[in-house]
Design a protein around this ligand. Structure first.
Ligand SMILES: O=C(O)CCC(=O)C(=O)O
Length: 257
């Protein structure tokens, strides 16, 4: 599976400008790209104080844009996230669009990040996030979710072999970002495919450094801090190879945890 991570710089509170920017990147994709991942809140960025004006009613616009892109560019799109509004309740909402089957998966961020005030504006999600992509089981996580190893372990115990992560992770904690992602790959013996944003907003400079990591914990591809597209190719057979080399799922001690 050839994957592209669109590590976009985002314009604060401007969904239409962000759409145009991402569209330009999609037009320049390598033609054999199968899966594309976008950053967290690529629509509005972290402009949470203006949600009554800029949030997306039932995520209607976001779904339309993702479906149009998935069909036009013949890609499965792990569509970053947007703020979805339903009856004055807002969620950090992710969707995956397929080139043939429309929206095939949705997920609401489970762990809201209080350092960026998410808990004041958004409602947390409760549902697990499993779906199937190119015959492989996968799960989606949003940014702060990666600090909770129980959450990714649960998805992996339920079959996920790829963890897709979308993020707006600040530069000042870049070392946490890299270490946590590599740890999630090693401890779960799964692929980690993580797309962060580049650039800055009024509060933060963001880290970029989007990553594709294999089930051994080896980095397949890594971005710089700048806006760019990062490519990597993965083969889900590697999950079973690593799991047979070190059988941690056989050696777990459910009886003492
Ligand atoms: O956990 C962190 O350090 C960053 C999390 C974050 O930026 C987010 O969840 O949006």
């Amino acid at each position: 599976m050839k994957i592209a991570l669109i590590q976009a710089d985002l314009t604060f509170g401007e969904p239409k400008i962000n759409k145009e920017n991402i569209e330009l990147k999609l037009q320049s994709l390598d033609k054999d790209t199968e899966i594309v991942v976008l950053p967290e809140l690529w629509t509005t960025a972290y402009d949470l104080t203006r949600l009554d004006e800029i949030a997306d009613e039932h995520a209607k616009w976001y779904y339309e844009v993702l479906q149009e892109w998935a069909t036009t560019y013949t890609i499965t799109l792990v569509g970053g996230s947007t703020v979805k509004k339903v009856n004055d309740v807002y969620t950090n909402h992710l969707a995956v669009a397929s080139p043939t089957d429309g929206i095939i998966h949705t997920y609401d961020k489970a762990h809201l990040f209080r350092l960026m005030d998410e808990h004041l504006y958004l409602k947390d999600g409760h549902k697990e996030s499993l779906f199937t992509i190119n015959q492989t089981k996968a799960a989606t996580l949003i940014c702060y979710d990666i600090r909770f190893p129980e959450w990714s372990r649960k998805a992996v115990r339920n079959g996920a072999e790829i963890l897709f992560i979308v993020a707006e992770w600040p530069l000042k904690r870049l070392d946490h970002w890299r270490t946590l992602l590599i740890a999630r790959a090693i401890e779960n013996q799964c692929f980690v495919v993580a797309c962060n944003r580049a650039g800055s907003d009024p509060q933060n400079v963001f880290a970029g450094h989007s990553l594709i990591i294999d089930p051994w914990g080896t980095i397949v591809s890594e971005g710089t801090e700048k806006e760019e597209i990062i490519y990597g190719t993965i083969d889900s057979k590697q999950v079973q190879e690593v799991r047979s080399m070190i059988p941690i799922f056989e050696d777990r001690r459910e009886d003492i945890y």
